[in-house]
Every structure is written in C-alpha cells, then in structure tokens.
Design a protein around this ligand. Structure first.
Ligand code: GLN
Length: 192
C-alpha cells in the first residue's frame, strides 16, 4: 500500500512520521505525477487558503478532485477537512469540494482557539481519542450520505466519513494515538 501526503504547506511531516511508524510506504506529494501510484492520500492541517492556492498553482486541484470522484480514499485533517467540503461558509477558499458537508472555518472563539479534549469515536473502540484542536473548523451541515464519527459534548460534529473520504476537525497526527490513521488505512485496504 502506498499513501501520499500532500506536502504543499502545513503539518505534512507529522502525518509522514505516523505513516512511517505504521511502516506504510509514503510519498510526499508536491506535483501531479506523484499522485499516480497512490492507494490513498492525506491532506494535512495548515492554512486552507494557502493550500488551496498552491494546489491550483501546481495543477493538483483538478487532479485530486478527479481521483476523489473516482474513489481514491482521502483523509483530510483540519484545513484538509475544509478542502474536502463542498461548501465553506463565509469564505472564498476554493475547495476540492467532494464531501457533502458544509464547514465553518475557525469556528471556536478566541478563548478556545486551540484546545484538547477527549473524544468518543465509536468506530475506534471505547477508549477516548485525544482530540487536538488548533483554530479548528466544524461541520455545520451534512447530507444523508455522510456519517458523523465524532461530536463534542455540545453536539458539534468534528469528524465525518462519506464513502472512502474521511475528515477530522482535529489533528490525529499530533498525538501518539495511531487509531485514526489505522482506521483510514483500513478504509484504503477495503476492510472498513
Ligand atoms: N484555521 C485554518 C484554516 O482555516 C485551519 C487550521 C488548521 O489546519 N490547524 O485553514
């Protein structure tokens, strides 16, 4: 199995480190030809405006959009989640736009700009997952095709799956808990 990590901007090195720990063949993706041999792709957190602009400049946007539509499994974390969404409220970022979710960027006020909280994510088992939120987005609306995998205590949706597309508002790559990445790799392998 070979997994690409979009390495235009943001926390790509942390995802690559986790994939190395899981002994997965990993490719940093900066140019379109690097997408060809992939079984799955991770779009990291960072600044969605910059990542979107770089994807357009390097001809990655359409390529990734087409691969996603043809069933390439993609995990988007934080800014990556924003980029997977079809709708982003109050923003002119051009997303890849393949998940039927509406996202609000920077959804937590200043005081809660960044925070950590234990999340219940039933698909990962009973043990709580450490949710690291950094200027995080939230999922405001979804289509019936979309499964919400995690919510905050107040009901806010912070992780979602639609087919082989997986998205989290938090940063699993900044924890030592590998279960979220393992869940994605199971989707790639067709076991989930
Ligand atoms: N606030 C960033 C954005 O809107 C996302 C933050 C992150 O990826 N940690 O793109």
């Amino acid at each position: 199995m070979r997994i690409g990590v979009l390495a235009s901007q943001g926390a790509f090195a942390e995802h690559i480190a986790i994939l190395h720990r899981l002994e997965v063949d990993t490719v940093p993706v900066r140019l379109p030809h690097q997408l060809a041999p992939l079984d799955g792709l991770i779009i990291p957190g960072g600044e969605s405006t910059s990542i979107s602009r770089l994807m357009l400049s390097y001809d990655l946007m359409n390529e990734i959009r087409n691969l996603a539509k043809n069933g390439l499994p993609i995990l988007g974390t934080c800014a990556g989640m924003i980029l997977l969404a079809k709708e982003i409220s109050d923003s002119d970022v051009e997303p890849i736009g393949v998940m039927d979710i509406t996202i609000r960027r920077n959804a937590f006020g200043r005081q809660k700009d960044s925070f950590e909280t234990d999340l219940s994510i039933p698909v990962l088992g009973e043990k709580p997952f450490p949710g690291v939120f950094i200027r995080a987005p939230v999922v405001e609306q979804t289509d019936s095709e979309v499964e919400i995998l995690a919510r905050l205590a107040d009901g806010t949706s912070v992780a979602a799956r639609q087919g082989k597309l997986l998205a989290s508002a938090f940063h699993p790559e900044l924890t030592n808990d590998l279960r979220f990445h393992c869940y994605f790799l199971d989707i790639v392998a067709g076991d989930q």
